[in-house]
Design a protein around this ligand. Structure first.
Ligand code: FAD
Length: 387
């Protein structure tokens, strides 16, 4: 909970905070302007071992839990940065850890932990299927000892910045009786794919600095041992990672939420209009206090979810609610922060408009809040499913 982290977790927070302080607002602002990838930041995070936080020590990682991973991501956002460039290695590691064979883990995890290989890309969403992941049509067909992949993904972030990618593809036709079957998960060595010319990424410019792409797979040939887990069970494997993903994303939104409240409070203390600091007006104070309360409440839910996750307990309800509450609280704080800055909130040099654009994403991706609400309604409250 806020204020009740262990001394080791507090130390980790301080260390990440110190690293982030080397990458000030101007660094992120310039990247935003250029829509560039934060290479220097990613290198520093990798060298510090943080991107291997969830890799067990026996494979060279830090062997930490989701609680610690969430603290790392929160600090990046709280410092004014953005973890989008590196968070996938934490989000998607669970699929490899839980469903990869011992041979696959021994082969891939140590070089990832050493920073020699990046596993930063996750290729799932397709234009026609959208949130209905079980409707994807990209296929992987068995051909002797290989798989041959064909299809198109409408979103695959960081494919150009990554060496490895997790791909969800259909290995047998959709079964209306069990829509979750027939999809399989593959670890793609992008270096091979680039050499063979079988992937074609196309950058997509979005409202925030996000290295995201459409990608076409044309006869991408994968070795048999690229399959992670059992054939046809790939959807289950990614669902297993969803709770961790939601907790980590909540922590990023909470980091943003605190950033907005802190920035706005600092500004409201200093900015004098009508002969007094604007923060002396209750019309400015109250929305800020309300936003802070919302962020703090979401933070409690995030730690509750993380604690359950790390204890191996069911945490679907808490993880989903943490994602919902945190994304809404950060957006509430973003709006107040913009209001408090008046016209300056729209000026790039103040960084508020950049963070404002960035934090809006949490309500939509990697999963929309409607689907999160649907989970709570159907799985927690027992209401009938609408789809
Ligand atoms: C910057 C960015 C980066 C991304 N990176 C990746 C990536 O690396 N890999 C990847 O696989 N994907 C990625 N995505 C895709 C992202 O996961 C999807 O955008 C998201 O899952 C929503 O899917 P969609 O955009 O197709 O929306 P849709 O599914 O078309 O939904 C549109 C709207 O309809 C609502 N809706 C749909 N069905 C229902 C329902 N039954 N009940 C109520 N409301 C409903 C949704 O909540 C949403 O508000 C990225 C997206 C963005 C914006």
């Amino acid at each position: 909970m806020p204020g009740s982290l262990t001394p080791e977790q507090e130390k980790l927070r301080e260390e990440v905070r110190a690293l982030c302080a080397r990458f000030p607002d101007a660094y992120w602002r310039e990247l935003d302007r250029e829509r560039a990838y934060p290479e220097a930041f990613i290198r520093a995070m990798t060298e510090a071992g943080y991107l291997a936080a969830l890799i067990p020590r026996e494979y060279g990682g830090l062997g930490l839990g989701v609680t610690e991973a969430s603290v790392i991501l929160e600090e990046i956002h709280r410092s004014g940065g953005n973890a989008a460039a590196c968070h996938a290695q934490l989000y998607i590691m669970g699929a490899l850890l839980r469903h990869g064979s011992e041979e696959q883990k021994r082969r891939w995890l140590p070089p990832i932990a050493r920073g020699e290989l990046r596993l930063q890309a996750f290729s799932v969403t397709e234009a026609e299927a959208g949130s209905d992941t079980t409707a994807i049509t990209t296929t992987a067909t068995r051909d002797g000892e290989s798989w041959v992949v064909n299809g198109h993904k409408s979103w695959t972030s960081r494919i150009e910045q990554s060496d490895l990618l997790l791909l969800l593809a259909r290995t047998s036709p959709r079964d209306p009786a069990d829509r979750t079957r027939g999809l399989s998960l593959f670890l793609v060595d992008l270096r091979e794919a680039r050499r063979a010319g079988t992937i074609e990424p196309r950058p997509v410019r979005t409202m925030l600095n996000y290295a995201t792409y459409q990608v076409t797979y044309r006869n991408l040939r994968l070795p048999a041992d690229a399959l992670i887990g059992d054939e046809g069970q790939g959807f289950r494997a990614i669902i297993d990672g969803w709770n961790a993903e939601r907790i980590l994303l909540a922590a990023e939104a909470i980091g943003d939420g605190y950033w907005f409240v802190e920035r706005a409070s600092e500004y409201a203390r200093k900015r004098v209009v009508f002969g007094r600091p604007i923060g002396a007006n209750q019309g400015v104070q109250f929305p800020l206090a309300r936003a802070y309360a919302a962020v703090s409440a979401a933070d409690l839910m995030r730690y509750q979810a993380a604690r359950l996750y790390d204890a191996g307990q069911p945490c679907g309800a808490e993880a989903n609610m943490a994602k919902l509450l945190a994304s809404e609280a950060s957006w509430q704080a973003a709006n107040i922060c913009l209001d408090v800055h008046g016209g300056y909130g729209f000026v790039a040099d103040y960084d508020v408009e950049r963070k404002f654009r960035e934090t809006r994403l949490f309500q939509v991706a990697p999963v929309s809040n409607n689907l999160v609400l649907s989970y709570v309604a159907t799985r927690v409250l027992g209401l009938p499913r609408s789809y």
